[in-house]
Design a protein around this ligand. Structure first.
Ligand SMILES: [Zn+2]
Length: 264
């Protein structure tokens, strides 16, 4: 009696099924690649469009942030009596956009400073406790004002927002409003490009060179961050959030110092 394998048909089916899965996988990967490409292109286009967005639109968008209702307070005028006036003077002399520029403080121990849509510059308690010199504070204020004036905030926000809204359309988010809100809150940890950081540094430095007698302490904040980084290591540092969002290196400090000399 001749032996005939009974499961030849099943084996043939398994092979067909395997091929089916492979083509399904290829389709899924192609779809994901297309989504990534669309998000990247959309992000770029939206970021570029954000550059031309009217200031009034930014002010309206800023109203959506929950951050403004949280723990932001007026800065302690006893600790740094000149802070508000210094920022006002800076805005008067170098700002050209029609935003509601103001400096506010946040009761966070972490040393940090960042800009929020609509014209706010936020300094943390950790920052105000650590940075002592007027030039050191002015440099950071000028840097954050530079992010506003060069429209880095809105470019970052809108680029990220386009991703959030697209994910929402694909059904991955809670709501479009939620995506907007999350993106704005995320600005406190917004990662600017190295080019944008340098541009903001240059903006702050221009003001200081034109309005201060000396520039020796302009890098105080950055040096404090580096010192802490060396002592504790990046991961354990209370500055780690700042470090993760800014391309902070000794090269950057050197760059600021040499530019300060050149501008003098
Ligand atoms: Zn920055």
């Amino acid at each position: 009696m001749k032996f005939v394998p009974k499961d030849m048909g099943e084996a043939a089916d398994v092979s067909a099924s395997s091929q089916g899965w492979t083509s399904h996988l290829k389709l899924i990967l192609a779809f994901l690649a297309a989504v990534v490409l669309v998000v990247a292109i959309l992000g770029r286009l939206m970021g570029a469009a954000a550059y031309y967005m009217p200031d009034s639109w930014e002010t309206k968008l800023a109203g959506l942030t929950k951050f403004s209702e949280s723990s932001l307070t007026e800065c302690d005028t006893e600790q740094h009596p000149y802070l508000t006036e210094l920022f006002k003077d800076m805005v008067k002399k170098v700002a050209t956009r029609k935003l509601d520029y103001r400096v506010e403080c946040l009761q966070w121990e972490m040393l940090n400073a960042f800009a929020l849509p609509g014209g706010k510059v936020i300094l943390t308690k950790g920052f105000l406790d650590s940075v002592k010199t007027k030039e050191g504070i002015a440099m950071v204020l000028g840097h954050e004002l530079g992010h506003h004036e060069r429209r880095h905030i809105m470019q970052g926000l809108v680029s990220g927002l386009s991703t959030g809204v697209l994910l929402e359309i694909l059904g991955a988010g809670d709501s479009v409003a939620g995506a907007i809100s999350q993106q704005i809150i995320g600005l406190s940890v917004l990662k600017h490009s190295r080019e944008n950081e340098y541009e903001a540094d240059d903006f702050g430095l221009q003001y200081i060179v034109g309005n201060f007698d000396k520039t020796e302490s302009v890098t105080e904040f950055f040096e404090l961050v580096l010192q802490e980084q060396k002592e504790k290591g990046e991961t354990a540092s209370r500055f780690s959030e700042f470090l993760s969002t800014h391309p902070l290196t000794e090269d950057r400090i050197q760059r600021i110092k040499s530019n300060a000399k050149l501008l003098r």
